[in-house]
Design a protein around this ligand. Structure first.
Ligand SMILES: Cc1cc2nc3c(=O)[nH]c(=O)nc-3n(C[C@H](O)[C@H](O)[C@H](O)COP(=O)(O)OP(=O)(O)OC[C@H]3O[C@@H](n4cnc5c(N)ncnc54)[C@H](O)[C@@H]3O)c2cc1C
Length: 283
């Protein structure tokens, strides 16, 4: 069992990881090898101390160099479920279970509101994980919503299994070209069914008959991941020690609220790591 699991590879996750590494705690850090799109996309950053006028790409390279120099690796997996179990946490990442005594939630902010029916049908036809649930849809009709091209390999994996795939990329120039994949520029708005999902309504009014709906987003709402987590206006509630309402569970960065800034994310990641170290030492 790890001392900690860090979820999210932006500045908050990096700061948490650096401090846990310095204090020789064992941890696994989930996120993207590219760390965070929000760093890469910034044209020029003028409010990060010591690095005036730095470009996002350059800041990303500096962060990544720091990570590598400290011998820290990012496990490129998306966490889709967290379960508290007798004093520790079980975390499901791309169909594999990991366990840790503490959690650092550094997932950034989720801009997208869940689709109508998404939470109601999660586990009953709605899935966030192609690897975990793809096999249930062999020879069936499915829809896939995807908000980043980096998930297209998962769409292709699903296309190998399903009979027909309605594909909704939320970005230009989708790269999936398969006979059984219908790429659409329409937008899914409502998931319906009874025991399981049966239909998906699109913005145009078209209604698709489907057996399952995969939502491949680079962020999942905190309460969807961890049911009993206290959230206010979409942000995780924390105190000054970055403690959430759940023992051993800490949060840092944009996911705890405004202002959405690198320096705040890094500072909160630092505090979260120190609180984790104190919690582990007391245990
Ligand atoms: C265009 C742009 C310009 C900006 N300019 C500035 C600026 O000049 N100055 C400034 O201070 N701030 C700026 N910001 C804001 C800054 O980017 C954010 O405040 C900062 O990136 C937040 O860091 P974070 O670690 O909290 O989250 P993020 O950077 O959002 O990182 C979170 C990471 O976690 C991953 N993740 C989420 N859920 C999961 C999961 N379930 N499993 C695995 N991984 C997951 C995400 O994919 C992402 O990679 C800018 C943002 C944008 C978009």
């Amino acid at each position: 069992m790890y001392d900690a699991i860090i979820i999210g590879s932006g500045p908050a996750g990096l700061s948490t990881a650096l401090n846990l590494q310095i204090h020789e705690k064992s941890f696994v850090w989930f996120g993207s090898r590219d760390m965070s799109d929000k760093i890469k996309k910034a044209q020029m950053i003028d409010n990060y101390p010591g690095l005036p006028g730095i470009g996002g790409q350059e800041l990303l390279s500096r962060f990544d160099e720091h990570r590598a120099r400290m011998g820290i690796t990012i496990t490129e997996k998306t966490v889709t479920n967290i379960m508290p179990v007798s004093g520790h946490y079980m975390v499901l990442a791309d169909n594999e279970m990991y366990e840790a005594k503490t959690l650092a939630l550094c997932m950034g902010v989720v801009n997208a509101k869940p689709l109508a029916g998404e939470e109601e049908f999660l586990g009953r036809g709605v899935s966030y994980c192609a690897t975990c649930d793809g096999n249930f849809y062999r020879g069936k009709k499915i829809a896939v919503y995807c908000n980043a091209a980096k998930y297209e390999h998962e769409v292709e994996f699903l296309a190998d299994l399903a009979e027909e795939v309605f594909f909704f990329p939320a970005y230009p120039k989708a790269g999936v070209q398969r006979e059984n994949v219908r790429v659409s520029t329409d937008y899914p708005v409502k998931i319906e069914g009874s025991l399981k999902v049966t239909t998906l309504t699109l913005r145009s009014g078209e209604v698709l008959a489907i057996d399952g709906f995969f939502i491949l987003r680079n962020a999942i709402a905190p309460t969807t991941l961890l049911k009993k987590l206290a959230v206010e206006d979409g942000h995780i509630v924390v105190n000054r020690r970055m403690e959430t309402n759940l023992p051993g569970c800490y949060a840092a960065g944009d996911c705890t609220g405004r202002p959405y800034q690198y320096a705040k994310a890094v500072g909160e990641g630092n505090v979260a790591a120190h609180s984790i170290i104190e919690y582990l030492d007391k245990k």
